[in-house]
Design a protein around this ligand. Structure first.
Ligand code: AR6
Ligand code: MG
Length: 320
């Protein structure tokens, strides 16, 4: 932990938990109207957000809420509890724009298939969609000081819906990026090379390592086409998690600019926006999210309550 005094730790930590969870919701809700489009200007995204009275989120945030609810209720990761939470939340709000895989899995879990066996049947070996990375913010902040647990919980929570190793590794990488961001003091100098080196050291799967290795060069010569071709803007975890990391690194000191940049790349805008918002919010804290967006986020108070409860759990843990 960078922060040395307890009151500072408390306030900073809570702000970062709130930033990561609300950041997920904002990136998701801002990106949702543009999903599947070709790229556009950040100003167009801002204009659409301004005209909306409520920023409505999609399955990304709905599932992130499920992850947080289950971690709180079960006092940590419990696969059975998290799977049941996903199923119950889905049945209450099936209209959130879920990917094709999860609803099939939820039906099988409802029918009695075990939570850790159901997902490998999908797509002949499990899904590598970005669905388990998009929801991972609560894991990233709660275990931010322990990379081994981050990896273990990211893999196990992925197993419920995304059993392919590239789906699990994408969730672990996204969680670790959030964790690193949560552990840094936003008032200090930001060392991009060091941040990237830690991520590269963390990943095991070649496709992620190769893409992370390209980020520095793209950041030095920004080119949207290059980002889309080399890092991707698709629904697969390996075509979106590195892109979210890139988007954060392109604007590390501005939540708004990082998220707008991510969405402006087009493609899976809500999810790349959600993942960028989670990393940026974990680094800069809740104060960095523009009030005009935060105030309009659907279910904001509940998301903030979940984030505050997770922060309290973490602080108790740190004191013991
Ligand atoms: N082989 C081929 N295609 C695959 C494979 C595979 N092993 N795994 C995934 N795909 P899914 P999600 C492709 O259904 O990850 C929402 O809009 C396949 O085309 O597991 O939860 C969210 O906002 C499959 O349909 O769902 C996110 O954007 C697709 O990846 C997104 O959906 C998605 O995998 C999350 O979707
Ligand atoms: Mg999406």
């Amino acid at each position: 932990m960078v922060f040395s005094e307890l009151p500072v730790i408390k306030q900073a930590l809570k702000s970062k938990f709130l930033g990561a969870l609300v950041g997920t919701g904002i990136g998701d809700a801002l990106g949702a109207p543009f999903e599947g489009w070709y790229w556009f200007m950040p100003e167009e995204i801002e204009a659409v957000a301004e005209r909306r009275e409520v920023l409505i989120y999609t399955d990304d945030t709905h599932m992130m809420i499920g992850v947080a609810e289950s971690l709180i209720r079960a006092g940590g990761f419990n696969g059975e509890d998290m799977a049941q939470t996903f199923v119950e939340n889905y049945e209450l709000e099936p209209f959130r724009g879920y990917g094709p895989g999860p609803p099939r899995i939820f039906r099988l879990i409802r029918a009695g298939t075990a939570w850790d066996e159901v997902a490998q049947g999908l797509y002949g070996g499990g899904s590598y969609g970005n669905g388990s990375a998009m929801r991972i913010a609560p894991v990233g902040v709660l275990y931010h000081d322990n990379p081994a647990i981050i990896k273990e919980v990211a893999y196990k929570s992925s197993q419920i819906t995304h059993a392919h190793v590239l789906g699990k590794e994408g969730a672990a990488l996204q969680a670790f990026a959030i964790a690193l961001a949560a552990d840094l003091d936003p008032l200090g100098a930001f060392d991009r090379g060091n941040f990237l080196a830690k991520l590269i050291n963390f990943v095991q799967e070649g496709v992620y390592r190769e893409k992370l290795n390209q980020i520095e060069a793209i950041l030095n010569r920004p080119d949207k086409t290059k980002v889309i071709i080399e890092l991707g803007n698709g629904i697969e975890a390996f075509n979106s998690v590195p892109t979210a990391i890139y988007s954060f690194l392109s604007q590390p000191h501005s939540f708004a600019q990082a998220v707008l940049h991510a969405i402006s790349l087009g493609g899976d805008t809500d999810t790349i926006g959600a993942m960028t918002g989670a990393i940026s919010g974990a680094y800069l804290g809740i104060e960095s999210i523009p009030d005009s967006w935060e105030g309009k986020l659907e279910n904001r108070l509940y998301i903030e309550e979940l984030a505050s409860t997770l922060a309290e759990i973490k602080l108790k843990d740190l004191q013991n």
